[in-house]
Design a protein around this ligand. Structure first.
Ligand code: ADP
Ligand code: ADP
Length: 228
């Protein structure tokens, strides 16, 4: 778990387009921040810079008190959950969840991997589906496997990019409750991108509103719409 600080962070794409225009944001250790704003305002760009999939043009990104601008994604130890799940179709649920640990080649023993996979799948109520393949799971179950992969690493923070947007309304409601419960249990720092008003109003400690690459306001969900 860690605090994440953005200090005047700018992203200019190679074609000259400035997608993020000097964002300042301090996310406390264990805090749940929702990032909202219209399509194209720079939400994904910001998440991708935090996780390390996109270079920062200028400004500073710190995890706890360390500047991580030039660190590779794997050295930041942040876990990103995408809307399209990105599961491996030929691997079982168990192996999908274990995958990030196997990638570290020898850092974890088989016993440790097994212990972590079982703990994550129990938290997500996937225990009974460990041998199944993603194709045989429901949308909600697939989303849980994707979350299991984030949890199993015991990452310093979770970054969600519209994780529920491919689910139907009922499942979305269930998963919303589950994500809120998980985040409370694990107390992992979380940045969550959504354009869903209900998610924005119910999930986070604070909501950050992004427009055309600039932070317009940061407030508690209740304070957000009461301002002059
Ligand atoms: P959001 O996630 O809020 O929909 P994005 O971060 O995906 O927004 O995009 C922000 C802006 O940056 C958009 O105008 C988009 O077209 C532009 N953009 C994204 N990726 C690139 C890129 N690789 N090159 C140039 N412009 C890009
Ligand atoms: P989202 O709306 O979910 O952020 P997009 O469809 O905007 O996704 O972008 C998908 C991918 O295309 C991203 O990797 C983004 O960086 C890239 N992209 C978006 N806009 C542009 C652009 N104008 N030029 C080049 N690449 C872009």
């Amino acid at each position: 778990m860690a605090a994440i600080t953005l200090d005047n962070v700018v992203k200019t794409y190679p074609d000259g387009f400035m997608a993020v225009k000097g964002v300042d944001l301090e996310i406390a250790d264990g805090e749940f921040v929702i990032l909202v704003g219209p399509s194209g305002c720079g939400k994904s760009t910001l998440l991708r810079m935090i996780v390390g999939l996109e270079d920062i043009t200028s400004g500073e990104l710190r995890i706890d008190d360390q500047v991580v601008n030039d660190k590779a994604p794997r050295d930041r130890n942040l876990a990103m959950v995408f809307q399209n799940y990105a599961l491996y179709p030929h691997l079982s649920v168990y192996e999908n969840i274990a995958f990030p640990l196997r990638l570290t080649k020898g850092q974890f023993s088989d016993e440790e991997i097994d212990e972590r996979v079982r703990k994550a799948s129990s938290l997500l109520e996937l225990d009974e589906h460990l041998e199944r393949k993603p194709a045989n799971l429901s949308g909600g179950q697939r989303q849980r496997v994707a979350m299991g992969r984030a949890i199993v690493r015991q990452a310093q923070a979770f970054l969600f990019d519209e994780p529920l947007s491919n689910l139907d309304a009922k499942l979305r409601g269930q998963m919303r409750t589950e994500i809120a419960r998980l985040q409370r249990n694990l107390a992992t720092t979380t940045v969550y991108v959504t354009h869903d008003q209900t998610e924005a109003m119910t999930l986070g400690d604070r909501v950050a509103v992004l427009r055309r690459g600039e932070l317009q306001q940061v407030a508690s969900p209740r304070g957000l719409y009461d301002q002059p």
